[in-house]
Design a protein around this ligand. Structure first.
Ligand SMILES: [Zn+2]
Length: 334
């Protein structure tokens, strides 16, 4: 497996734009804005300039009618102001003033943040009146890769829009299945004791990426999201990095990880682990019954959620992704 220790500016750029936790499309729009500023040779960008760039992007983008926020019913400030502008309720100057005052509060301070991790390279410094671009962002775009990176951002932007749209369309179906499990579920329990119970069965490694866990920051993850199942049964719990856990969020993992979970549970049972009894009670008395039941639950939820709600897509295995793994090693070491 390829070993990469040092992250170049371009690596960090990709970490931000491809692996960030996006609840809206703002980070991608800011990345496009930076790309545009570099092309124009602008180093010092006031909030006025940023607002103009941002507005231009969204004004064009929103012709596609796609949602920009990971929410069933709410809309971003950019969607709101562009809609008002297009409807003639505000003029251009009013729209720019609105963007200047409302769009940047979160995205500008948090652009270099991957969850709670502050990334080392900064593509701009924040000043009182705006931002100053650093050499790093010029390095990213310096070798005629501007077009390729632009296409990467476009693809990521479209992907987020489809995921958000899917969430809206499937809201009813998803709510039905959530209600079904809610009736059978229970309130959150304390599952921190699971860290010690499961640690030995993962050889100190993250269930998802396979990199060593930082023993002080182990997260107990619900492999099939708790937001659906509403229970903390051990058969569905695994240990993961904080980042992997939060990046996966409430999505379903790919099938590969369901099989991995089945295998893990069988290892627990065959070693007469204290949790064996609970797992057998929940899933069945034979290995085949347990496997069938695990996949039945997964498939039932998948049918309601749709394949688009699989974390990273059906074939996503961070375990086999050298870039993902080196990113995690980098984060955990610090
Ligand atoms: Zn991990």
């Amino acid at each position: 497996m390829e070993e990469r220790q040092i992250f170049t500016d371009k690596d960090i750029w990709r970490v931000i734009t491809l692996y960030g936790l996006n609840t809206s499309t703002y980070k991608i729009a800011l990345a496009e804005t930076l790309n545009s500023l570099v092309r124009q040779g602008i180093t010092n960008a006031s909030y006025e300039i940023l607002a103009q760039e941002f507005f231009k992007l969204y004004n064009k983008r929103l012709d596609n009618g796609m949602p920009q926020l990971n929410h069933d019913t709410r809309y971003t400030k950019m969607e709101q102001i562009v809609t008002r502008f297009k409807g003639g309720a505000v003029d251009y100057d009013e729209a720019i003033a609105y963007v200047k005052n409302n769009a940047f509060d979160n995205v500008i301070p948090r652009f270099h943040n991957l969850n709670q991790f502050d990334l080392p390279q900064k593509f701009y410094e924040i000043t009182k009146g705006g931002i100053v671009l650093t050499d790093s962002v010029f390095n990213v775009f310096n070798d005629n890769e501007s077009e390729a990176l632009h296409n990467e951002l476009e693809a990521r932007w479209s992907l987020l829009e489809s995921a958000f749209a899917m969430k809206r369309e499937n809201a009813k179906l998803i709510n039905d299945i959530k209600r079904f499990y809610l009736v059978r579920g229970y309130e959150r329990t304390d599952i921190t004791y699971m860290r010690d119970m499961l640690n030995g069965y993962q050889e100190g490694r993250c269930f998802y990426c396979g990199e060593m866990l930082d023993q002080n920051h182990i997260h107990v993850d619900h492999v099939i999201p708790r937001t659906v199942l509403n229970h903390d049964e051990p058969w569905n719990l695994a240990l993961a990095h904080e980042y992997c856990n939060e990046h996966k969020n409430d999505a379903l993992p790919s099938r590969y990880y369901v099989q991995k979970l089945v295998d893990r549970n069988e290892r627990l049972i065959s070693s007469n682990h204290p949790l064996s009894k609970k797992i057998i009670e929940a899933l069945g008395i034979t290995p085949l019954k347990r496997k069938t039941e695990t996949f039945r639950i997964y498939d039932e939820i998948l049918a309601a959620f749709g394949a688009k709600n699989i974390w990273g897509g059906e074939n996503f295995k961070p375990e086999n992704d050298p870039f993902y793994r080196s990113m995690i090693r980098y984060i955990v070491k610090r």
